[in-house]
Design a protein around this ligand. Structure first.
Ligand SMILES: Nc1ncnc2c1ncn2[C@@H]1O[C@H](COP(=O)(O)OP(=O)(O)OP(=O)(O)O)[C@@H](O)[C@H]1O
Ligand SMILES: [Mg+2]
Length: 252
């Protein structure tokens, strides 16, 4: 089932054509990697998908519904989550409280009730923390978490909104290589079971080739490849872009 369908998406900044008529789709339960050199237009694409940036042209459909023109908040309500923005967590609250706040927000309760809300969605929050392997850290302050644990908390916060689509812009940035593969393995395990579609960008090709169901490649705003990992790895245009930029694919 197609969750996200993007057609002819385009955006220029002054004279720079950051994204030039890009089309692709993401299926439920699949991970689609969006790769390309620095400045290729990946983040610009993400910003158009979640409503932060208005495209010059093109269509973005979520479960068949056009979302271009909607505000970020409305798009979030429709089930588009964006993970791994560090500032999304409240450091002074515990790990569990962070997930409870996300659940309350999802269920549209007001934060004015917070002093009495200690037990609101507590069991649901604990269940989500268990899914990301954070059950034993529920009572710790988010501010003291190790970086990898913070990423797992952020994943639980994103899942609290029961997303249809997760947008992850460089989810493993700043992590050690082994932690990166583990984080994406956790994400992949959860989204495949839940049928959540994932679009992620990633500079670590080991992570991309370990977990992506499909890969699309942007270069200077243009989509130059779209296929399963083996196809993309063998694509001469892709190899030229990566070898030319001094980056090579992992695993030969
Ligand atoms: N707000 C903006 N104003 C002007 N130019 C911009 C703006 N945002 C992006 N650009 C330009 O658009 C192009 C694409 O940038 P973008 O950040 O989307 O690339 P990226 O693929 O995410 O790169 P990276 O891998 O470094 O994160 C670049 O040439 C960039 O300088
Ligand atoms: Mg970027």
């Amino acid at each position: 089932m197609t969750v996200l369908q993007v057609e002819g998406l385009a955006k220029s900044f002054g004279g720079v054509a950051a994204v030039q008529g890009v089309s692709f789709a993401v299926e439920a339960g699949h991970l689609l990697a969006l790769i390309g050199p620095n400045g290729a237009g990946k983040t610009t694409c993400f910003n158009m998908l979640n409503g932060q940036l208005a495209p010059d042209r093109g269509s973005v459909r979520l479960d068949g519904r056009e979302i271009v023109g909607l505000k970020p908040r409305q798009i979030w309500r429709l089930g588009v989550g964006r993970t791994f923005q560090i500032t999304a967590t409240f450091g002074s609250m515990t790990v569990r409280e962070n997930v409870q706040v996300a659940l309350i927000s999802h269920h549209r309760r007001t934060l004015g009730l917070w002093p009495r809300a200690r037990d609101l969605y507590r069991a649901e929050a604990e269940a989500l923390l268990a899914r990301v392997g954070m059950a034993d850290q529920a009572e710790r302050a988010a501010a003291v978490l190790a970086y990898g644990d913070l990423k797992r908390l952020e994943l639980a916060v994103a899942l609290a909104n029961t997303p249809r689509l997760l947008l992850m812009d460089e989810p493993t940035a700043g992590m050690a290589p082994r932690e990166r593969v583990e984080l994406m393995a956790l994400v992949a395990g959860i989204v495949r079971v839940e049928g959540i579609a994932v679009l992620f960008t990633e500079h670590d090709m080991d992570v991309v080739f370990a977990h992506a169901d499909r890969i699309i490649v942007l270069n200077r705003g243009e989509l130059i490849a779209d296929g399963v990992p083996a196809q993309v790895r063998a694509d001469p245009r892709v190899q030229q872009v990566y070898l030319g930029g001094g980056t090579t694919f992992g695993h030969g």
